[in-house]
Ligand binder design. Structure first.
Ligand code: ADP
Ligand code: MG
Length: 693
């Protein structure tokens, strides 16, 4: 009769036998300790990041293949993928040409016989001795059964519901499946650090069972249950570390700033528009934080152009109103200069003195700015991380806004808090899904500006290949001639800023002679002296220039509502978030704006480059793009995750695990003072991120 195990109805053929005590050291054994792994395979596995038995257990299946329905040989029909089972009668090999070898096995079940066919797998012939029991997955073609996967003598489960691992060309999925099966014999060697009462309360399976379920599930549900248990562990450890970090912060004391008063009322009056409900809500949340003495640690996230700067300025003015100081810290000089330009007039209007401090300032100006900060003459200082260098003394810093905070390392964020405890508002225009924000910035509160001010038209994005880029420039010209302004972004050259600058200059000259002849074109790049850069930005803002040819220095923050078209050359070389940022330079006013992405022919692009550009054309929504990015790049490599020094999450699927994350947060809150085996994992995850006080 047929061996069992089909369609997820029966238990898997073998469960690893329980052993008395886990032996965690077994997990550190290298893979060549497995009988089926030799030196060559060992090397190939290493390229997949698989070195030890433990790695194998943590290699999460990317997806599962549905079980194929089982058919009697005489019932085979059409081209449906299905499975047959039977006995081998005889085999034959044919080589119609040099590159092709066809192996055929006559297979019989109680209903009939058929030729099963394998291509270029002649070595299998030896294993298919007459009488061998086989289960084959494949499909009928020209009265033969084309085999896609197979099991011999009842071992393995390729025709069943089966895991598909991230594989490589060198290590096929089937091999990984087999190895994972061998690794599973050590499932019980993986320590289960979760306190027993948590496991019980959360109704979680044993960790070893979860691993078995992950690698050898009988159904999607079973696999998912297993994965969730493993993800829970990860998230719990992450949350525990983050919450402890947060608790340390609560012991610091910041100045309570009371309620907003007259200065803030004047500020609202000075704004040429009303704040949106989203901005108002963010402000209310900030007000609540500032009223207390626990230093604010809030993340303000909102898509590009959603109007975060106004909110940030509000927070800074709260400090000024109380006779204290505010700092606005940007990741690049251009952005700092840009911020200064944007807020200068507004601040002057409400009678607040500000100063710009970047390391690019000439020594004299630098010293003057420092003096103004030290004396309190400067009520708000805008700058780069120059603001938090040891030689900068603050009269009384009470609120700091950190723009594009993900661009700052943990180091710099810590330096900001060094010896002082200001309220800190982190801003990011690279929105990350809320789940992820909670995961990565679990110690921050999150405010979200989910919608831009009303009256904005969605930016129209198109993707053209190089041979059609002339059309893109024709469109650009039409805009400029109608009195609009434009950006042209030069290809990304990563080797050096100098090379990038030179390429941009050449491109600007070329465009000025060709596509943009007769228009006022200037070139903006990171190698320009700050004074020139500021002057360029000012002229562009004042409409004295039609087009800015730029490197990615304009990626963040540049705010010129009359600029309505942006062309990104070699767009395939930029990351998704970066492209979204670049696009966000237009669409800042009420005019219809356009973004043109130029790339090499689609066939020449990598899958992920193509996916990035497609995603960008498909949506303007930063949150959706962040999710797409997650999909394209995988959870482990996220911005922020990398920067905060946290190790990759192997089992968590952030989008699916929202509820689980909330559970982990709650459970972690109850375990803050717990000491036990979980500690080791916290230590491992936060090892270099310094969580222990
Ligand atoms: P972000 O920093 O979030 O990218 P900005 O704060 O630079 O966005 O705002 C983008 C543009 O929208 C700016 O020109 C700003 O003056 C304008 N803006 C901000 N808030 C509003 C609002 N409530 N109504 C109309 N325009 C606004
Ligand atoms: Mg901004």
């Amino acid at each position: 009769m047929l061996p069992n195990g089909f369609a997820g109805l029966d238990p898997p053929p073998e469960w690893p036998r329980p052993r008395s005590a886990p032996r965690p050291e077994a997990l550190d054994r290298t893979l060549d300790t497995l009988s089926s792994v030799g030196p060559s395979l060992k090397g190939k596995l290493a390229k997949l990041g698989l070195r030890t038995i433990g790695d194998l257990l943590r290699h999460r299946p990317r997806r599962y293949e549905a079980a194929a329905p089982e058919r009697r040989i005489s019932d085979l029909f059409g081209s449906e993928e299905c499975a047959i089972a039977g006995e081998v009668r005889r085999t034959s090999v044919r080589r119609p040409n040099r590159r092709l070898a066809i192996l055929k096995a006559r297979v019989a079940d109680e209903s009939g016989e058929i030729d099963a066919v394998w291509f270029n797998q002649v070595w299998l012939a030896d294993k298919l001795q007459p009488g061998t029991h086989v289960r084959l997955r494949g499909q009928l073609r020209r009265n033969e059964f084309n085999v896609r996967s197979y099991d011999l003598n009842g071992v393995g489960a390729t025709a069943d519901y089966a895991p598909v691992y991230p594989a490589s060309e060198e290590v096929p999925p089937k091999k990984l499946r087999e190895l994972a099966g061998q690794g599973l014999e050590h499932a019980r060697d993986l320590p289960d650090p979760l306190p027993a009462e948590v496991k019980e309360r959360e109704a979680l399976p044993l960790r070893s069972d979860a691993l078995v379920a992950l690698h050898r599930p009988r159904s999607q549900e079973e696999a998912e249950r297993g994965r969730r248990r493993l993800a829970f562990d990860e998230l719990l450890v992450l949350q525990l570390g983050l919450q402890r970090r947060g608790r340390e912060r609560e012991e610091a004391v910041a100045a309570a700033l009371g309620d907003p008063r007259e200065l803030l009322a004047r500020y609202r009056e000075a704004l040429p528009f009303d704040l949106t409900p989203h901005q108002e809500r963010a402000i209310a949340e900030i007000d609540a934080d500032l009223a207390g003495t626990v230093p604010m640690q809030r993340l303000l996230q909102g898509d590009v152009g959603s109007g975060k700067t106004v909110v940030a300025l509000y927070a800074l003015l709260r400090a000024v109103e109380k006779g204290r100081q505010g700092a606005l810290m940007a990741p690049t000089e251009t952005l700092a200069e840009q911020h200064a330009l944007t807020v200068e007039d507004l601040l002057a209007e409400v009678g607040v003195r500000s100063v710009l401090l970047t390391s690019a300032l000439p020594a004299k100006e630098h010293a003057a700015a420092r003096a103004a900060i030290a004396s309190g003459e400067a009520q708000i200082a805008i700058g780069t991380h120059a603001l938090i260098q040891p030689e900068v003394e603050w009269a009384d810093l009470a609120v700091a806004v950190v723009d594009e905070q993900h661009r700052f390392g943990v180091e710099q964020r810590r330096a900001l808090a060094e010896g002082r405890s200001p309220h800190v508002l982190h801003m990011t225009a690279t929105p990350i899904p809320r789940t992820l924000a909670l995961t990565v910035y679990g110690d921050l509160s999150v405010s979200e500006i989910a919608k831009p001010p009303a009256g904005r038209k969605p930016i129209v994005t198109s993707w053209v290949t190089e041979e059609r880029s002339a059309e893109a420039y024709t469109r650009l010209r039409a805009h400029l001639e109608a009195g609009r302004q434009a950006y042209v972004i030069c290809p990304l050259i990563t080797e050096s800023q100098t090379m990038e600058a030179r390429a941009a200059e050449q491109e600007a000259e070329r465009l000025a002679r060709a596509e943009l002849k007769g228009l006022r074109v200037a070139c903006l790049h990171g190698k320009l002296p700050p004074r020139e850069r500021r002057e360029l930005m000012r002229r562009f803002k004042a409409r004295e220039l039609d087009a800015l040819v730029a490197t990615t220095v304009i990626e963040v923050g540049v705010d010129v509502p009359n600029a309505t078209i942006i062309i990104v050359q070699e767009a395939d070389r930029f990351g998704l978030a970066q492209l979204h940022q670049l696009r966000g330079r237009v669409g800042r006013g009420s005019e219809q704006s356009y973004c043109l992405l130029v790339s090499r022919p689609k066939e020449e692009l990598t899958d992920s480059a193509r996916a990035r550009l497609e995603a960008l054309v498909a949506t303007n929504d930063g949150f959706e793009l962040a999710e797409a990015d997650l999909e394209i790049r995988g959870e482990g490599q996220l911005l922020g995750t990398r920067q905060s020094g946290l190790s990759d999450l192997a089992f968590t699927r952030l989008r699916a695990d929202r509820a689980l994350l909330e559970r982990a947060r709650e459970v972690a809150a109850g375990l803050l003072d717990y000491e036990g085996p979980l500690e080791d994992d916290v230590e491992r995850m936060f090892g270099d991120a310094d969580v222990s006080a």
